[in-house]
Design a protein around this ligand. Structure first.
Ligand code: NAP
Length: 303
């Protein structure tokens, strides 16, 4: 009988706790050197329940890290001009190092226009075209939080990525594309797959590093995973779980975890993998923005 390799489960929750601790130490250092704490402004327009929970968690973790949190909750009917005026005020406010406008925005507001109105130096989500371009051209940039967190987790398993085959499934501006750029900057050979990719299982089987950011529950099957690969599951999907009772649901990723864990060298679970890294990296980016804006030197954790 052949024994299957045992996967290392990548504990994103523990890694994120450690990262938040390091950011909090550096934030305290920043406060003692500059006389003020790094500040993060979060803007929520509308009452989307999931966004409301995210914003509350972000504010709570910002304060726990010893940073100043500025929360702006606006009614759903807020006009685009009013939101742009708020962004302009936050751009001009010296106590604010990072600005995050929670997406999605109400349909009558042009999200791209709002993203482009944020001062790139305060764009802690890393969605501004200037930061996307800087990442692509290898200049220092504020990098989107989720892919930055993924890179940190990958490097916690394998610090030397040069020459490895990486496959990123998904090409969104917030996850897939920046993930591919980060892996390219680490000298991986990167393939970006998407909904038009032919023979996706064969493409995935080439990967030493496989990142799934698709939004389709358990799409990546166990036999798509090269033995020993590092598998990063970005997906967060809620599916029915009748075994937990009528009407109950549970969270699953884009990877069929129970199958993939039989083949992978290391794998992130859902929940408890990539998810907790996103806010931890947001705090890290706020600290990085504060340092870059002020020239105050503290130790900013990097991937
Ligand atoms: P998105 O904007 O909807 O992009 C999905 C990507 O997947 C697209 O590029 C799409 O290809 C591709 N795709 C869709 N169906 C496919 C298929 N059958 N085969 C191959 N590729 C396919 O999603 P996203 O914002 O990047 O998010 C992806 C997932 O990550 C979601 O589950 C989301 O909830 C999760 N997420 C998690 C975090 C976190 O904190 N952990 C943060 C952000 C997102 P096309 O471009 O060809 O349409």
């Amino acid at each position: 009988m052949t024994t299957l390799p045992t996967s290392r489960i990548i504990d994103g929750k523990a890694f994120a706790e450690g990262l938040r601790r390091r950011v909090a130490e550096a934030a305290a250092d920043f406060l003692s050197r500059s006389g003020r704490a790094p500040g993060l402004a979060v803007v929520l327009a509308g009452e989307d329940p999931a966004s409301s929970v995210y914003v509350r968690n972000k504010a709570q973790q910002t304060v726990e890290a010893g940073m100043a949190s500025f929360e702006h909750r606006l009614p759903a009917e807020t006009g685009e001009a009013e939101l742009l005026a708020l962004v302009a005020r936050l751009n001009a406010d010296d106590a604010v190092d990072g600005i995050l406008v929670q997406l999605p925005l109400p349909a009558h507001i042009d999200a791209q226009k709002v993203i482009e109105a944020i001062d790139p130096a305060k764009d802690v989500d890393g969605f501004h075209p200037e930061n996307a371009g800087r990442l692509m051209t290898g200049l220092p940039a504020l990098v989107p939080c989720t892919p930055l967190g993924c890179l940190m987790l990958i490097k916690s398993i394998e610090p030397a990525l040069a020459g490895l085959e990486a496959v990123v499934v998904g090409r969104s501006n917030i996850v897939g594309k920046p993930m591919a750029q980060l892996l390219l900057a680490e000298s991986c050979t990167v393939t970006v797959a998407h909904s038009k990719t032919r023979d996706l299982p064969a493409v995935c089987r080439r990967a030493d590093i496989l990142v799934a950011a698709v939004g389709r529950p358990q799409m990546v099957r166990g036999d798509w995973v090269k033995p020993g690969a590092i598998v990063i599951d970005v997906g967060i999907n809620r599916i029915p779980a009748p075994e937990r009772g009528e009407g109950k649901t549970r969270l699953v990723g884009d990877v069929a975890y129970d199958e993939a864990v039989q083949h992978a060298g290391a794998i992130t679970p859902v929940p408890g993998g990539v998810g907790p890294m996103t806010i931890a990296c947001l705090l890290r980016n706020t600290l990085a923005a504060a340092v870059a804006r002020t020239g105050v030197v503290v130790d900013v954790p990097s991937a």
